[in-house]
Ligand binder design. Structure first.
Ligand SMILES: [Zn+2]
Ligand SMILES: [Zn+2]
Length: 342
């Protein structure tokens, strides 16, 4: 007898959704930031097969947990007919290829995140990022560390080419309800949520989590820095749209289902407002590079990933720039930002 913890979620929210043919599988992650598990959802199709919303990593522990979770439901990987990838982060699509190879499932991804899942252009992208991070004032050895971390994460996911585009507003008929794809760019440019209006719930992936800020990540555009994605500015607009929906439950990409989405969105708004106020105080004394701001804004010794901290600083700088509170000093490299005095 093994005493392994069950993979299928069993909180009151989980139990409620089981009766609608939606089961949450908590699959293991080696990242503390994300709370150690990713929530993957198995949804019953009208013909008795399954749709998976996200997949977990391609690691052995995660694949085993997926198989164990499906077995707890009386299912197997071969029952999966369709995989909807919420966004192109490894913990959400990593095992898509493994599942597709076993079951022949169709894999759907929003076009804006397709390159992350297929791995196309990964080398060029790394070089572009190194140049951009240097312009943010990040020292060479820290850039090398970011690159190493990125490389060390690669084996956690298997890229795959056979993907089909998700279309905004696309509808899917499941056994107990119909759901609609809602693009919610911000955390990544191609993040999608799955909305079920008739039962007032949304599968949000990393767009909204109960206890973790969604960290809209630094993302260069197809043309490098020139086409850079304004992650936080875009996120806040998507968050506003989520707040307008009449919802009871959120089924998040990490953790258990929760209610009260507007209260969580409001605490996020306050969180970013405080962060921006702190940055403005730091910039009041003299113009600073984004890298210098990291040290001033985050607690010393905070055991956080530098790329995540930089993402947050740059995102907030862009939000402050958008409302005319700060500006980049023209012609200076590395970039420095100063407070705009009216
Ligand atoms: Zn993510
Ligand atoms: Zn995630």
């Amino acid at each position: 007898m093994t005493t392994e913890t069950p993979v299928v979620g069993d909180t009151p929210g989980d139990v409620r959704f089981r009766s609608l043919g939606v089961a949450r599988l908590a699959l293991p992650l080696p990242f503390v930031e994300a709370g150690n598990t990713v929530s993957v959802y198995a949804i019953e199709n009208p013909d008795g097969s399954l749709t998976l919303f996200d997949t977990g990593l391609a690691t052995e522990p995660s694949r085993q947990a997926l198989e164990r979770g499906l077995a707890e439901l009386g299912r197997k990987v071969e029952d999966v007919r369709r995989i909807i990838v919420s966004h192109g982060h490894i913990d959400h699509y990593g095992a898509a290829r493994f599942i597709r190879d076993r079951s022949g499932a169709q894999v759907l991804v929003h076009p804006a995140d397709a390159d992350k899942v297929s791995g196309h252009g990964a080398r060029e992208t790394l070089l572009e990022y190194a140049g951009y991070l240097a312009r943010l004032g990040v020292p060479g050895e820290a850039i090398a560390r970011i690159r190493d971390t990125h490389r060390s994460h690669r084996h956690l996911a298997e890229p795959l080419d056979e993907i089909e585009p998700l279309v905004p507003g696309q509808g899917f008929r499941f056994r107990h309800f119909t759901a609609t794809i809602l693009p919610m760019p911000g955390h990544t440019p191609g993040l999608v949520c799955l909305h079920v209006p008739e039962h007032r719930f949304v599968l949000t992936a990393d767009h909204l989590l109960a206890h973790i800020s969604p960290n809209p990540l630094l993302e260069l555009g197809p043309g490098g820095e020139a086409g850079k994605f304004q992650a936080l500015v875009t996120y806040l607009e998507s968050a506003r749209r989520l707040g307008e929906l009449d919802l009871e439950w959120i089924l998040p990409g990490h953790g258990a289902p929760f209610t009260g989405h507007r209260a969580v969105l409001e605490s996020l708004r306050v969180f970013y407002e405080k962060r921006q106020a702190k940055m403005l105080r730091a910039l009041a004394s003299r113009p600073l590079t984004p890298y210098e701001l990291v040290a001033l804004v985050f607690r010393q010794g905070a055991n956080l990933d530098l790329f995540l901290m930089l993402s947050e600083i740059v995102g907030n700088l862009e939000a402050l720039e958008a409302r005319g509170a700060v500006a980049r000093i023209v012609g200076e490299v590395p970039y420095r930002y100063g407070v705009v005095t009216p």
